[in-house]
Write a protein that binds this ligand. Sequence first.
Ligand code: ZN
Length: 184
Amino acid sequence: MLADAGLYGLLLRLDQDLARTAQEKRCGWCGGRLDRADYARKPRGLPPELGAEHKVRLSLCCAAEGCRRRTRPPSVRFLGRRVYVGAAVVAITALGAGRRCAEVRDLRAWLGVSARTLARWRRWWRVVFAESPFWRGARGQLRTPVPVGALPGALLRRFAGDLQAQLIAGLRFLAPITTAAGAM
Ligand SMILES: [Zn+2]
């Protein structure tokens, strides 16, 4: 699924929609007009055939003299400052520790993620994410509770559709944590 270029096309369009919505809201500090101020990233975990547009974080900058503050719209593609794209981080950690070992090992090899990095990502779900104000607020929106130890796999399974649809829905759900205000 992570090797399918179509997935990243869908995610890019979602990010463009999120950026447009944020731009219409104007600057959160002064109400000024927001201009696009995208910046280049060097993400890992993308299929090699993808173009340069997949390596750009969409971003906004206030046009008002004396403000010029950056607004980062939510993103379904970049999960904070992580080098790996959000889809890779969420998909591999969703496979769950200790279960389906061969699947995790194969995906880790394909992405080039070290065992240490994967362990750090798993800890992040349990410790940082689970304790965040975002999760404390958002978990109440879910009809059935998601135990912290089963994040993010159990969260993805709450969404309808096939694996790709669940991954995309999960990334949309998590997108508020990728803005400056929700940064972790
Ligand atoms: Zn401003």
